[in-house]
Design a protein around this ligand. Structure first.
Ligand SMILES: Nc1ncnc2c1ncn2[C@@H]1O[C@H](COP(=O)(O)OP(=O)(O)OP(=O)(O)O)[C@@H](O)[C@H]1O
Ligand SMILES: [Mg+2]
Length: 284
């Protein structure tokens, strides 16, 4: 029997790179920043890959390339088994629909004068010819799915808490029925108790809609909760990639160990205990 799992791969990166040219001055030469220096991985359908690493290591740059906001300088991007033509203007509507992004601060991306119902309906209004009544039905359905309700349809962004706004951003991302969600620090700006609620919601939605997640976080306790696989980035490179169990119980790279050291010991201990308990459960 063949063990070819390519049909099961939702996202694949092949040696993806991104350089930024910084403008020079009168006596200053132009400078190139290598934000992402050649990252490759495959991610199975329905799984969550957490990407961790210190500020400036290239996490958001990677997120922007996967969601077509930035064009890679080199390398290949495959979504759902299809190679993406990342040149500006070459992206198909089908590709655009499949991949959505949720940012850390949804308030920045919400128009203060737009009612939530219109915020949610907008992607459908722009990208499809779905009638207004159906858009409204779908917006109400998605509000319910993220733990809000039709009573929120006519309210404005400032009338919501931070956690509720992040639920709205998630609902908006789901309006187009995507397959892959890229979440760039989606709970980092929220209080701890609210973080837990939003993480639970994301886990429920993943099951219900069969979503694949790329989850960017600098917080290892969040990663422990949500990740199937963990990739550690360091200065634009992926220095470690494995299952959550592998990376947490036996970090290979020096930088990963440093990352654990920077995390409160109680956190690391509880992560290790959880991983060990899971292993013991599997072995039994
Ligand atoms: N548009 C841009 N122009 C020039 N340089 C950029 C641009 N975007 C990112 N960079 C540089 O690329 C590198 C990676 O940045 P990136 O935002 O991807 O890091 P990050 O891992 O998301 O950091 P953080 O944890 O702070 O969000 C940094 O050195 C950054 O200054
Ligand atoms: Mg970032």
């Amino acid at each position: 029997m063949s063990n070819d799992t390519s049909g099961n791969i939702m996202l694949e990166l092949r040696d993806i790179k991104r350089d930024y040219e910084l403008p020079g001055g009168l006596f200053k030469p132009k400078k190139t920043v290598q934000a992402v220096k050649g990252v490759s991985f495959k991610l199975e359908r329905g799984k969550t890959l957490a990407i961790v690493g210190e500020s400036g290591c290239g996490k958001s740059t990677l997120a922007r390339m996967i969601t077509f906001i930035d064009e890679p300088t080199a390398g290949e991007l495959l979504i759902d088994g299809n190679k993406v033509d990342t040149r500006p203007g070459h992206l198909t509507a089908d590709m655009r629909q499949k991949v959505q992004i949720v940012f850390q601060n949804p308030y920045g991306s919400l128009n203060p004068r737009q009612k939530i119902g219109d915020v949610l309906g907008e992607p459908l209004a722009i990208n499809t010819d779905m009638p207004a009544s159906e858009r409204r039905d779908r917006a109400n359905l998605m509000l319910t799915k993220v733990g809000l309700g039709p009573e929120h349809y006519n309210r404005y962004p400032h009338m919501f808490s931070g956690g509720q706004r992040q639920r709205i951003a998630i609902a908006r991302a789901l309006m187009m029925n995507p397959k892959l969600l890229v979440l760039d620090e989606p709970v980092s700006a929220l209080d701890l108790s609210v973080q837990a609620q939003v993480l639970n919601l994301l886990a429920d939605l993943q099951d219900e809609f069969g979503l694949t997640y790329v989850f960017i976080s600098h917080d290892l306790s969040v990663v422990r909760y949500i990740a199937d696989e963990v990739m550690v980035m360091y200065f634009g490179e992926a220095v470690e990639h494995g299952t959550r169990e592998e990376v947490f119980s036996d970090p290979k790279h020096e930088y990963t160990r440093t990352l654990f050291k920077a995390t409160p010991k109680a956190d690391v201990d509880s992560i290790r205990a959880r991983v060990a308990a899971k292993k013991a459960g599997k072995a039994a």
